[in-house]
Design a protein around this ligand. Structure first.
Ligand code: DQA
Length: 147
């Protein structure tokens, strides 16, 4: 069975109350439940995690090797700062989709730069919580066509 890991970075634990005008009212627990339903429908085994710590995210990415077929990564603000996350993705042979709830390109200029896009299969942003379901479908399609 295909296994996909969804990893969430800093401050995403506060979804629902964090800047709802930008990120909506959906909580991370709501998103996890939605992803678990979607994964069940698609026949995917799902891992789901969140950390506010860069090194913990690096560890999760390393741990995905041999356990998960793909990673969906909403790295939050580390997207725009982290060479370590980019190197972690480059160091494991696991395809990654970069995900953002908001359209980062329509926001402040510092969000236009991503350190991880260059090592991603593709990027999904601007579709809110629905982006997670889109990313699961996109990863499954990518794995089917590349495997
Ligand atoms: C985000 C966008 C980032 O710029 C921001 O730092 C986040 C959330 C998003 O999902 O839209 O924390 O990754």
């Amino acid at each position: 069975m295909t296994a996909i890991l969804i990893l969430n970075g800093p401050n995403l634990n506060l979804l629902g109350t964090r800047q709802p005008d930008v990120y909506g009212h959906t909580t991370l627990a709501d998103i996890e439940a939605m992803c678990r339903n979607k994964a069940k429908a698609l026949g995917i085994e799902l891992g789901f995690g969140q950390s506010n710590h860069e090194g913990a995210l690096v560890d999760e990415i390393h741990g995905a090797r041999g356990r998960f077929d793909g990673i969906i990564l909403n790295a939050g603000a580390y997207t725009h700062t982290s060479v370590a996350l980019r190197d972690a993705i480059s160091s494991v042979d696991v395809p990654m989709i970069e995900l953002h709830l908001s359209n980062v390109h329509a926001r402040e200029e510092f969000r236009h730069k991503s350190f991880i896009s260059a090592v991603a299969v593709g990027v999904i942003c601007g579709f809110g919580a629905r982006g997670y379901a889109l990313a699961l479908e996109a990863m499954l399609g990518h794995l089917e066509s590349s495997g």
